[in-house]
Ligand binder design. Structure first.
Ligand SMILES: Cc1ncc(C[n+]2csc(CCOP(=O)(O)OP(=O)(O)O)c2C)c(N)n1
Length: 381
């Protein structure tokens, strides 16, 4: 029997003469199923030890700030779920487990770059300086897209129709190129979105026109109840080759690796070298949204496997060991996160319902007579 035939979890196989051959893999937890295949770019291993060059051009204080942002974002995410359960938000899609993918990538952008998000990028929005209370008005149902100013923050409106924002991003990037600007446009999307025609059309156009865009896929293992392993038979990052530009696979739970992959892709875009597709391997620890019950389709054991790859624990371990932070710093981050979550909660709860006429006022530039009649009826005029 060839030595390559291992038996389940038994860390040895039988050699050609029947002797035991050690085929145990290096110590470490089993990876989530959708991480199989090509090893991703990784600088820090799940246990917090460096496995790549962690000199990425960020000062220790800046790296500590990345950890702070992840801690603050996670605490707010959990508060948002509590707010929804208490009836203060209508529905909310959590991002727990995806903090490194979002913060590492958004952090690599400059103020002149532009982001086209899905509905799950609150952590990236915070990096861009979007006001959390304003952002959450979308989920409170008091505004269509969050009253933050996409032009000021260079963070576009939340996009619910999956993959549509990729086409918007590519169009925006093409416009920037035609205007002769040296700026990059980044589109976030999930693994499920890559099965949409919009993804193909946008990626194809990005390649043909060589637009300055980063197509950033957070492969979190699930598209509601469809696992990545049933979403696509190939590896997402490899699709870039078919469109004529580079693809990168990165450990999306390694914030430094995500930062480096995105920074390099942004530099390519700004330098006129065209788009890059990044597949960040991550995991959606929570439900798809507060309207979802993952217990209907996914085994809790799978979530436990993924927890061993937690992005915050990993980076915290490495930063502590490197002497870049101490326990007091982490405690201060947690205290800040708590205070911020309470501040955002108060802001959300205090948000008044908008005037009824708003839903009429900003729908049509030239409202029809029938539409104007509806407006008068709704306002009792
Ligand atoms: C065009 C379109 N089809 C279907 C839906 C319903 N829907 C909402 S989220 C989602 C799955 C998205 O999965 P993925 O792209 O992997 O992103 P994730 O939710 O995991 O962040 C679907 C099918 C939608 N919003 N838009």
């Amino acid at each position: 029997m060839p030595a390559s035939l291992a038996f389940g979890l038994i860390p040895y196989a039988l050699g050609v003469s029947g002797e035991r051959v050690d085929v145990s893999v290096p110590a470490g937890p089993p990876e989530p199923a959708h991480w199989a295949g090509t090893p991703p770019l990784r600088l820090i291993a799940p246990d917090g030890t460096a496995v790549g060059d962690t000199e990425v051009g960020l000062a220790p204080a800046v790296m500590a700030d990345l950890l702070r942002r992840m801690i603050v974002a996670r605490r707010l995410d959990r508060e948002c779920i509590a707010l929804q359960r208490q009836g203060e938000l209508t529905v909310y899609p959590g991002f727990e487990g995806q903090e490194a993918a979002q913060i590492g990538s958004a952090f690599a952008l400059g103020p002149e770059d532009f982001v086209f998000p899905t509905f799950r990028e609150l952590a990236a929005a915070l990096v861009r300086g979007v006001d959390a209370v304003q952002y959450l008005q979308y989920h409170r149902g008091t505004w269509h897209g969050g009253p933050y100013d996409p032009r000021a923050t260079r963070f576009g409106p939340i996009s619910i129709p999956i993959a549509t924002q990729i086409a918007h991003a590519v169009g925006h990037a093409l416009g920037q190129k035609l205007d002769g600007l040296s700026a990059c446009t980044l589109a976030y999307f999930g693994d499920g979105s890559t099965s949409e025609g919009d993804f193909h059309e946008a990626a194809n156009m990005a390649g043909v026109f060589g637009v300055p865009a980063v197509l950033f896929c957070q492969n979190n293992g699930w598209a509601i109840s469809v696992p990545t392993t049933r979403q696509t038979a190939g590896e997402i990052w490899r699709r870039a080759e078919g469109y004529g530009f580079p693809g990168v696979r990165v450990d999306g739970n390694d914030v430094l690796a995500v930062y480096v992959a995105t920074r390099d892709a942004v530099a390519r875009a700004r330098g006129g070298e065209g788009p890059t597709l990044i597949e960040a391997l991550t995991y959606r620890v929570g439900a798809h949204s507060t309207a979802d019950d993952p217990g209907r389709y996914r085994d809790d054991a799978e979530v436990e496997v993924a927890r061993a790859f937690d992005p915050i624990a990993r980076f915290r371990t490495w930063l502590l060991a490197a002497g870049h932070v101490d326990q007091a710093f982490i405690s201060s981050c947690e205290a800040e996160a708590e205070a911020f979550a309470m501040e955002v909660r108060a802001g959300v709860v205090d948000t008044p319902a908008p005037p009824v006429e708003w839903m009429f006022d900003w729908t049509f530039a030239a409202p029809s007579e029938a539409f104007q009649r509806m407006r008068r009826e709704a306002l009792g005029e």
